[in-house]
Design a protein around this ligand. Structure first.
Ligand code: UD2
Ligand code: MN
Length: 384
């Protein structure tokens, strides 16, 4: 049986230990240790979700339903904030089979005829047109629309999407289609920024804002196909953004690059010939996934591209926006985009025009032209 003295000694010991523990805890490191403990608990609670987020990002449609359609637009709405509260960072990008344009429409109830949108509750600070050169890539277009619409809505932009569809089977000409897109989009609205966008590039981070900078912007800086790195310093391919003034300052894009390659470098050279610099988002923001594909039939590698690039400094003023010639075959205001089908001719110009029915075959997934929503068919544009 322990006597009273040893009980007393035991009690003192316990008290002593407690005092030491308290003294330790109240020292500088206390807070750190407590935080550490809490972090351990939090990690076990939400670890899976958190790590999934870091690697795969958010659903591009998350929280978009917060934008309600029911509210009627008031005459004088406040401007949207400089930084949209819906922008959050990395997005999850996958390409599920079976997606249809009707599903994309349903997911985007606030997008109106011609692929136009403006925020329902505030006046946007930015009016951006997206110009997409296109032929026979309906499968890619569907995915791009699925991701691009909510992406742009998250950024509270007033925007419109234009597909510039090259008619016929003659060699593809990406840069000339961009010139057409510029002219045709500006005819419709006083856009303050134009995004020139490959159909197969999906942005992976909504902080990559689709607005223009003080200098031409190259947005697709980090692509999966280049290991999320810039392939070379002057690279200007994929997705780029210019104000109308910047675009005209460099006389737009070249019209004479037929087939794959070279035109993006020519455009990069024009930026500096126009006395401008290239701006870029950071590597972790300007991220894109390219939908895998092979080189298209009708877009064979252009063997003359290096010779042409060597001459850009002599040719840029004589070839570009000031000389682009084309014929608009149809303009369709579809639910998710405006489709402009265009005859851009060949190297020799706009000489032989086949009958219209042969020039613009109805593309898969593209509704037939609706007489009510189309402008007059034939407009010739030898531009001054
Ligand atoms: C690279 C560049 C691209 C361009 C091209 C050379 C990237 C991510 N992009 O793309 O900006 O400089 O090289 O020309 O590095 N298209 C059609 N139908 C066709 C052919 C092309 O719609 O039959 C359009 C479409 O928007 C496509 C774009 O042209 O995304 C570029 O063509 P690509 O995707 O075949 O070339 P790619 O991926 O090598
Ligand atoms: Mn591509």
């Amino acid at each position: 049986m322990p006597n009273l003295q040893s009980k007393w000694r035991f009690l003192m010991m316990v008290l002593g230990v407690q005092l030491i523990v308290m003294a330790l805890l109240s020292r500088e490191g206390y807070q750190k240790r407590v935080t550490y403990f809490f972090r351990i608990f939090r990690r076990t609670d939400t670890g899976v979700g958190a790590s999934m987020q870091n690697h795969t990002g958010r659903d591009v449609y998350a929280n978009l339903s917060l934008l309600s359609k029911s509210q009627t637009r008031e005459e004088s709405m406040p401007y949207c904030p400089k930084k949209s509260p819906l922008v959050g960072g990395p997005l999850r990008v996958t390409f599920p089979s079976g997606l249809t344009l009707v599903q994309v429409e349903r997911k985007n109830p606030l997008v109106v005829r011609g692929g136009r949108y403006r925020p329902p509750n505030c006046e946007s600070l930015h009016h951006t047109a997206i110009i997409i050169p296109h032929r026979n890539r309906e499968h890619h277009l569907k995915f791009l629309l699925y991701y691009l619409h909510p992406f742009l809505q998250r950024q509270q932009l007033n925007y419109g999407i234009y597909i510039i569809h090259q008619a016929g089977n003659y060699t593809f000409n990406r840069a000339k289609l961009m010139n057409v897109g510029f002219r045709e989009a500006m005819r419709e609205e006083d856009w303050d920024c134009l995004f020139f966008h490959d159909v197969d590039l999906i942005p992976e981070d909504d902080r990559n804002t689709y607005t223009c900078d003080a200098h031409p912007k190259h947005a697709a800086i980090a692509m999966d196909k280049f290991g999320y790195k810039l392939p070379y310093k002057m690279y200007f391919g994929g997705v780029s953004a210019l104000t109308p003034l910047q675009y005209l300052k460099m006389n737009g894009f070249p019209n004479n690059y037929w087939g794959w390659g070279g035109e993006d470098d020519d455009i990069g050279i024009r930026v500096s010939l126009g006395g401008m610099l290239i701006t870029r988002p950071s590597l972790n923001v300007g991220r894109y996934k390219m939908i895998k594909h092979k080189l298209d039939k009708g877009n064979e590698v252009n063997p003359r591209r290096f010779n042409m690039l060597a001459k850009t400094r002599h040719t840029w003023k004589e070839d570009g926006m000031n000389t682009v010639e084309y014929e608009v075959l149809s303009r369709e205001y579809l639910p998710l985009y405006t489709n402009i089908t265009v005859n851009i001719g060949t190297e020799k110009g706009l000489l032989s025009l086949p009958p219209k029915t042969q020039m613009a075959p109805p593309a898969n997934g593209m509704p037939k032209k609706d007489a009510k929503t189309s402008l007059p068919d034939t407009e010739h544009h030898p531009l001054s």
